[in-house]
Design a protein around this ligand. Structure first.
Ligand code: HEC
Length: 113
């Protein structure tokens, strides 16, 4: 049941992605379907990400290196998120890979302050 919901959420995000390609307000606007600054949603609160990585450069470096599950700090700390790593791998390929990694990481950090 949970899995079905997550797949539905991922599909909804992908469809939104197509509809919203012309109105990209922020490099992290689409992330908000699953992430909140301070509360866990489908994915971890961005505050947890900021705490785990410390700097936008460190997070951007992880994306540069291919974002292997074994290298993810939040997933390493929280087993419940590690179980959902595949969802984020799909989002990485769609929304992050090949784009300006540092700009996305900076927007993520800025959203928490
Ligand atoms: C469809 C839902 C979904 C969307 C959209 C999404 N994420 Fe995630 N994200 C997750 C889930 C689930 C996790 C937990 C699994 C993991 O940590 O890999 C996660 C984890 C993360 C992590 C922590 C990785 C770690 O474990 O250290 C970062 C950073 C992140 N997301 C950034 C983003 C950014 C930036 C975007 C938008 C460009 C985004 N996410 C969009 C679901 C999503």
């Amino acid at each position: 049941m949970k899995k079905t919901l997550m797949i539905a959420a991922a599909a909804a995000v992908m469809m939104t992605g197509i509809a919203a390609t012309e109105a990209v307000a922020s490099p992290i606007s689409k992330c908000k379907a699953c992430h909140n600054a301070t509360k866990d949603k489908v994915g971890p609160a961005f505050a947890k990400v900021v705490k785990a990585y410390g700097t936008p450069e460190a997070l951007a470096a992880l994306w540069d290196s291919g974002f292997a599950v074994a290298d993810r700090k939040v997933a390493a700390e929280y087993p419940k998120f590690k179980k959902k790593a595949k969802i984020m791998t799909g989002q990485y390929k769609h929304l992050i890979k090949g784009k300006d990694h540092l700009a996305i990481a900076k927007a993520l950090f800025a959203s928490v302050k």
